[in-house]
Design a protein around this ligand. Structure first.
Ligand SMILES: [Zn+2]
Length: 406
């Protein structure tokens, strides 16, 4: 097998950070008939590029295999919908957008973000590779093309006279095998003076808060500002500003503009990363040990609760939950079932661990003593929704960044 090269800069070799063994695809939920049949598993290993500081996994799964029936609908999260409204209002104001403008979003999902521009009278175009989700968006009146975004589509859109004054790409960059193709596409599709607003989970939060479960096959890359600055500069996009935001356990929001100089906020984060040691492999050395310690602690708690006769279910059939359950080998002997608000997921089974996914209503009739919170990135939202469960004495086990019961 050829040596694995960095997906951004092409350098090799890549230094190991964490080996998660082999796991099934995190979003490959099973139907009842599929449970018990052989499930494909793939190696999952995190590595570091010393040349450009990009952290990445080495196993590449064809995107067609992963995105065809991607079951994550943005509108099912209250937090994401309310933050989308604020962000759209801010950009309409700051960029003076109107009926002559065009806002695009790559991986636009069901139109959760673009709907706010549309309401403000700004024309929109969504680009969404999942067939079922693009269909829902179009039915809701959000003009959406069902395609993968890259250089080719960007050139095609330009040729049709479609250029973006604002282009959003939220949680896209980590997912794409052709990283340079997508950033080149952003550069080509922006109108003169246009801005690319790009959100990615922040590597610094992942490492410092032990968010190892955000590592799964769909997430190919884990970004520092240092790695992003090099990637965007390669395509003549400057990071005019970078903000740290709370979404998904800690993320970055980049404002990329053709030919722009690094803004003060960008330079500040670059300096902080250098000072923290993130440009060297040593920074990542303790991470695997901390993940192991977390595993021991969580398993000990679940075993103790079992011994005490407590009943434990889980909340959130999320992709990150799949990594946590599979890597920690937590299955139906410890967890009875998992509840999730997404009607797309209900009735199916979690990959590898085969927990039955039920609607949250089940908690009212069934009353398990504890819920392992697999969607810990929506902790506050879920605690608010489950106030009744908690009032009656139900408790949540929050696994990340450290094991605690609330
Ligand atoms: Zn590299």
């Amino acid at each position: 097998m050829a040596e694995t090269r960095c997906v951004s800069c092409g350098a090799a070799p890549l230094a190991p950070i964490l080996d998660l063994g082999t796991t099934p695809l995190a979003n490959a939920l099973l139907t009842k008939d599929q449970v018990g049949r052989p499930e494909p598993r793939f190696p999952l290993e995190l590595r570091f590029c010393a040349a450009c500081s990009l952290v990445q996994i080495t196993e590449k799964i064809p995107p067609e295999q992963m995105f065809r029936e991607y079951a994550y609908f943005s509108s099912f999260s209250d937090t994401i919908v309310s933050q989308a409204a604020e962000l759209a209002a801010r950009l309409v104001r700051e960029r003076s957008l109107g009926a002559d403008s065009l806002v695009m979003e790559v991986a636009s999902n069901d139109g959760y973000l673009l709907q706010h521009y549309r309401k403000a009278g700004v024309p929109v175009l969504g680009i969404e590779p999942a067939v079922n989700i693009a269909k829902v968006a179009n039915e809701r009146g959000i003009r959406t093309r069902c395609e993968f975004f890259g250089r080719g589509l960007a050139d095609q859109l330009r040729a049709e006279g479609l250029q973006a004054d604002v282009l959003h790409a939220n949680n896209v960059l980590a997912h794409v095998p052709d990283l340079n193709g997508v950033v080149a596409g952003i550069a080509r599709v922006l109108a003169p003076g246009g801005v690319g607003v790009v959100e990615v989970p922040y590597l610094r939060d992942l490492i410092e808060k032990c968010e190892f479960d955000t590592i799964y096959h769909e997430h190919l890359c884990y970004f520092s500002v240092t790695a992003l600055d090099a990637l965007f500069a390669r395509h003549d996009l400057g990071l005019a500003a970078v903000e740290r935001i709370a979404v998904h356990g800690g993320s970055l929001r980049l404002f990329a503009v053709a030919g722009a100089a690094r803004g003060p906020s960008t330079q500040k984060l670059l300096d902080e990363e250098r000072a923290a040691g993130m440009l060297g492999h040593a920074y990542y050395a303790g991470f695997a040990r901390r993940v192991e310690a977390l595993r021991r602690e969580l398993l000990a708690l679940l075993k103790r609760l079992k011994a005490e006769g407590k009943r434990v279910a889980a909340y959130g059939a999320s992709a990150k939950g799949s990594t946590l359950l599979n890597y920690f080998d937590i299955g139906s002997s410890m967890i009875e079932y998992v509840v999730d608000r997404s009607t797309e997921k209900q009735g199916r089974y979690t990959p590898g661990t085969h927990l039955h996914i039920l609607p949250p209503d089940r908690l009212r009739s069934d009353r398990p003593d504890y819920l392992l919170l697999l969607s810990w990135n929506f902790l506050e939202e879920i605690l608010a929704q489950q106030a009744e469960y908690r009032t009656r004495g139900g408790k949540f086990i929050v696994p990340i960044p450290e094991v605690r019961v609330v």
